[in-house]
Design a protein around this ligand. Structure first.
Ligand SMILES: Cc1cc2nc3c(=O)[nH]c(=O)nc-3n(C[C@H](O)[C@H](O)[C@H](O)COP(=O)(O)OP(=O)(O)OC[C@H]3O[C@@H](n4cnc5c(N)ncnc54)[C@H](O)[C@@H]3O)c2cc1C
Length: 397
């Protein structure tokens, strides 16, 4: 579509064409609502290695995008202590995911320099007005993040480890990290050194040193695929997801879709997109003003139940932030003793507060006494989640 056609069709604008922008645009298309995604990297290939649980792959019809799958991924706590999970885990081919989320979309290669509630200014000077604007840009800086550095190695037949805590590091730094090892296909494995949650975020230099130590310990040093670039992960865990009166509604990582304690976001984005699209379509049908459409799109992501779940998961993150390597070993040792349904409830940011609280209570019962007080008290107090500058209830009226 040309600019003029876009304006005539009074298409909504989605800033950003990552998974969130494209998933939402696809759902809007399904609802019969025209929307255009604006992104300076609109045509760039995707390189991120996304992992999803098998049930999430099935729920979102992504079987065709799976590059490698593990029937029973493992978690290792020490050389002689590991568990095999009963929930399958898949790694997606990023380009197949991109194709799957892009069918029929209108993508425009441009950078937004100003994003308003019904207007977007582009870096080439164009200003587009729209009945609604959704902002999916990732936040610039947050104080708490998951960071990781990954290297592709050529190896066959290695099992998947979602977490490997078995290594004691050469350095004197007490901050904990773990290994994440997932096959990408029959010949390549991604080995990543991950700081699950750290505030301030852990720096790359330490992650790279530890990754090198891990590759040595695994005997994989010589198998590094020198042509494959390092994967750098930085996922904000403390995005302020409150509605901002007068501003475009955020969606995706920038809207707080990340699970505060695990860093996973893709399933939540795909879960939320249909509801947000429906809310926008209904508000348009009712000829609502842009501010009301924005609020409807925010509410579709942040019902009272979702906000309560988020507060509980934030408490979980605060507990994790306070743990050293030994603490994480004990914590996850207890977590993976839980009934799989309880594990799933905690790992899913769309679980009900009751389900998450139930998982946390069971978890508390499994923890060693040394961690129980910490698990109850957490670290810093969680923030309220409501309209910025107002009470949590105020934005609901
Ligand atoms: C390396 C990595 C690995 C991850 N692995 C997993 C995983 O295994 N499982 C999982 O569930 N989650 C994972 N995540 C978390 C999450 O799923 C991803 O961050 C995901 O890409 C979020 O999608 P998004 O669309 O919200 O944000 P993004 O993918 O960051 O997309 C935002 C888009 O906005 C565009 N943009 C930025 N500025 C502008 C501007 N001014 N104007 C227009 N467009 C702009 C960007 O070019 C980008 O395309 C991972 C994250 C990273 C970084």
């Amino acid at each position: 579509m040309t600019d003029a056609a876009l304006q005539r069709a009074s298409a909504g604008i989605i800033v950003g064409a990552g998974p969130a922008g494209r998933a939402l645009a696809s759902e809007l298309l399904r609802e019969g609502v025209a929307a255009v995604c604006v992104d300076p990297r609109a045509e760039a290939p995707w390189r991120t290695t996304w992992g999803l649980w098998d049930d999430e792959v099935t729920r979102h019809g992504l079987a065709g995008a799976v590059a490698a799958r593990s029937e029973g991924p493992r978690v290792r706590f020490a050389h002689d202590h590991e568990v095999t999970l009963t929930r399958g885990y898949s790694v997606l081919d990023p380009e197949r995911l991109r194709a799957r989320l892009s069918a029929g979309l209108t993508l425009v290669r441009a950078r937004a320099t100003e994003v308003g509630i019904d207007e977007v200014r582009l870096d080439d000077g164009r200003v587009w007005r729209a009945p609604f604007v959704i902002d999916t840009r990732a936040p610039r800086a947050t104080t708490c993040a998951q960071t990781a550095v990954g290297q592709v190695v050529r190896a066959r037949g290695l099992p998947s480890y979602l977490m490997d805590f078995s290594l004691d590091f050469d350095d004197q730094d007490p901050r904990p990290t773990f290994g994440y090892l997932v096959p990408l296909d029959d010949e390549r494995v991604l080995v990543e050194e991950t700081a699950l949650a750290a505030s301030p975020p852990m720096e790359d230099a330490l992650l790279r040193r530890r990754l090198a130590q891990r590759l040595r310990a695994l005997g994989l040093e010589a198998s590094v695929d020198a042509r494959a670039p390092l994967e750098h992960v930085r996922i904000p865990l403390d995005v302020d997801a409150r509605a901002i009166p007068g501003a475009a509604t955020r969606f995706g990582v920038g809207g707080g879709a990340v699970h505060p304690a695990t860093g996973y976001a893709l399933a939540r984005i795909l879960d939320d997109a249909p509801g947000v699209a429906r809310a926008i379509r209904r508000a348009l049908d009712e000829r609502r003003a842009p501010a009301q459409i924005a609020l409807a799109a925010w509410r579709a992501q942040w019902s009272g139940s979702r906000r309560a779940t988020r507060r509980l998961l934030e408490h979980g993150r605060e507990v994790l932030l306070a743990l050293d390597l030994e603490g994480l070993r004990s914590f996850f040792g207890a977590f993976f003793l839980l009934d799989p349904a309880r594990q799933r409830a905690f790992l899913t940011s769309t679980s009900s507060p009751l389900e998450v609280a139930g998982a946390m209570a069971s978890m508390w019962g499994e923890l060693p006494w040394s961690l129980r007080a910490r698990a109850l008290l957490g670290g810093r107090a969680p923030r309220p989640l409501g309209a910025r500058g107002r009470s949590a209830r105020a934005d609901l009226v």
